[in-house]
Ligand binder design. Sequence first.
Ligand code: ZN
Length: 293
Amino acid sequence: MKLIKKINHFSTIIRKWLTKANFNCPSCGSKESIVIDRKNLILTLRRCYQCQLLFKVPTTSLEENILHYNREEDLDFASQLPSMLELSKLINSQFKETAGDCSSKIQILKLLGCQSGENLLDFGGAWGYHSWQLKQAGYKVQSFEISAKTCYYARNALEIDAYGSWEELTTPIDIFFSIHALEHIPNLKETIDKAWHILKPGGLFIAFTANGCRSFRAKNKVNWYKSWENGHINFLDEVYYNNIFQAFPRIMLSTMDNVYSAEQLKTWNQIEPSCEITDLSGSELFIAARKPK
Ligand SMILES: [Zn+2]
């Protein structure tokens, strides 16, 4: 089965390569890009000249992506729905020490001054384990998830306000919050524009993603390579974020492997349209950008 999947995947890449149908930037559509890294003759990582996004070529279309997340192919924590017994154990442990534990990220929200009671959108919320923890932390949570099955599970098993389309969301929101989702979506610009549009004036855009930054590549070339080559269709980095959020106050850190400064998050200048950056050499990239009041 695994072999058939691999053959299908490879033949899709060959077909796309031969027809050159999937070489444009998946986010802004630009035809101009430069090769940054390559796996083999046909699979490359490119940077878009127009929007500066790092993306994998051949690219994945929005339709292919929706189809992928509505199939039961992956068996990672985000896509494997737990039985009711497993779920009750996870809830009893508050997801501590599981792949779905987001307590350290909730700590970052608090350091940034996000108050309990604020309206938060958990973008790419899968079956609701992050949304559940965010609700426990006091936020009014809605979840956005394109997989119909996981979205249904979040609604019914965890009582999360989970939706599969932007139109169903109650807006505006105070916080757009996303953990390892932006690197999986082809229509990134459209998504960020929509997120920015539904944020209240003074609202906060927050994303955790795999780290495409040069300093991570310099520190750990093997893991940087694995990260774009394996599954991710975009690779977020400081060059892209600085381009799209250049008019707004923003802060970027590397979380997970690096010890970030709590003080820096607390004292971040959220008024000037400038960027605060510290060490970006860890495997996870964090950004917060503030929409002006
Ligand atoms: Zn682009």
